[in-house]
Design a binder for this molecule. Structure first.
Ligand code: PLP
Length: 381
């Protein structure tokens, strides 16, 4: 099996598994318990949180500094942010290509009569800063909540977060960044970017599934959504999973340590993958190919092909990929991300996403290219 669906989720790194196992082996660990075992749990958890904060450029140990809230994953962290920061009088501004965990909420809010703006993207899949600026000017004094992803999950296209942050600061808007696809793949410094909140999910960078995080800049008012115990300052009540937090910290450490090496190795691999396919398939389109994008993502439009048939054909031939966001799979509609990019109909229907990882090898990539070309040749009209 050749696994090229790493934007959906990644294989756990052996060192991460080991780090988590050693914590699980320490017995029951509830950081809120007042006995010795609870104190051990608290200490391990706090160390893991501090390590995650440091690696993301946020000193969460500093009194009055940023806060890190653990969640069950990227979806919950995004929704916690939207509900925690977005009171009903606050206009919401989202890009048209956000992940469903943001977009579906935005659509519900709009249907409920709240002020919601969807920002367009250009044909390369980059959000229009001009539209953001115009919207912020139009909503001046209303302190909007702006949600922008750092990298798109389907195309891997990087979004202009730095410039968006400058515009939002000038307009006194809250900028929430969904960095679920970007963290662990590109350098990220929360404090230097001066954004207000950030989401990450370790299962995207060889860490465990079932945990995610919301990082919040100092002094940002937050409305608690759930009720329960006092864990995580009451912002996300419930017992924290110490082993998962350690797994998250360990995966982030590994990812950050090998960031430059990984980029240097994966990009040529991804480029050679695309080159081989382009040489064999006339009219193949690389969505977002001219934009800055993640080295691990290749979103390809196969001309005059039905993507579901191609996906199934590849699956039967041992290649795992996807037809868009895993969260939207099962939908028969073509990708809303590619539609927002105005992708031509003949490739829109035949678009698939391939996601590489640091475990992808040249042999695998060459093999996958051959299988994809064969599958395309069998299916094409
Ligand atoms: N945001 C983006 C950009 C994603 O790619 C994903 C997952 O694919 C999510 C949020 C949701 O993350 P999770 O699956 O951990 O809930």
């Amino acid at each position: 099996m050749i696994y090229l669906d790493n934007n959906a989720t990644t294989r756990i790194a052996p060192a991460v598994l080991q780090a988590m196992a050693s914590v699980w082996e320490r017995g029951p660990l509830n950081p809120s318990s007042q006995h010795a075992q609870g104190r051990i749990a608290r200490s391990i958890l706090d160390q893991a949180l501090a390590q995650i904060g440091r690696l993301l450029g946020a000193d969460i140990e500093k009194p009055g500094g940023p806060q890190l809230i653990l969640t069950s994953g990227g979806t919950e962290a995004n929704q916690l942010a939207m509900c925690g920061f977005g009171d009903s009088h606050r206009p919401l501004v989202v890009s048209a290509i956000e992940h469903p965990s943001i977009l579906e909420m935005a659509k519900i809010w709009k249907a409920e009569g709240r002020e919601v703006t969807f920002l367009p993207v250009d044909k390369h899949g980059v959000v229009s800063l001009e539209s953001l600026q115009q919207t912020l000017e139009h909503r001046s004094g209303e302190s909007p909540l702006v949600c922008l992803m750092a990298a798109n999950n389907e195309t891997g296209v990087l979004q202009p977060i730095f410039k968006a942050a400058q515009l939002c600061r000038a307009a006194k808007a809250h900028l929430h960044v969904d960095a679920t696809q970007a963290i662990g793949k590109i350098p990220f410094d929360f404090t230097a970017l001066e954004i207000d909140s950030l989401v990450f999910a370790p299962h995207k960078f060889h860490g465990p599934a079932g945990i995610g995080g919301l990082l919040i800049a100092p002094h940002i008012p937050f409305k608690a959504i759930w009720r329960g115990g006092a864990q995580q300052l009451g912002m996300r009540p419930g017992t924290e999973s110490v082993p998962l937090a350690v797994g998250a910290a360990s995966a982030l450490q590994l990812a950050c340590d090998s960031l430059h090496q990984m980029q240097a190795e994966i990009q040529p691999l991804r480029d050679s993958f695309e080159q081989q396919l382009q040489n064999a398939i006339p009219g193949l389109v690389i969505h977002g190919g001219l934009a800055e994008r993640l080295a691990t993502t290749s979103c390809l439009g196969f001309p005059h092909i039905d993507r579901q048939s191609m996906l199934m054909g590849l699956d039967m031939n041992g290649v795992c990929c996807s037809s868009g966001s895993a969260c939207a799979s099962g939908s028969s509609e073509p990708s809303y991300v590619l539609q927002a990019m105005d992708v031509a109909a003949e490739t829109l229907q035949g678009s698939l996403r391939f996601g590489l990882s640091k475990f992808s090898t040249p042999v695998e990539i060459n093999d996958a290219s051959d299988r994809i070309i064969n599958c395309f040749n069998r299916l094409r009209p």
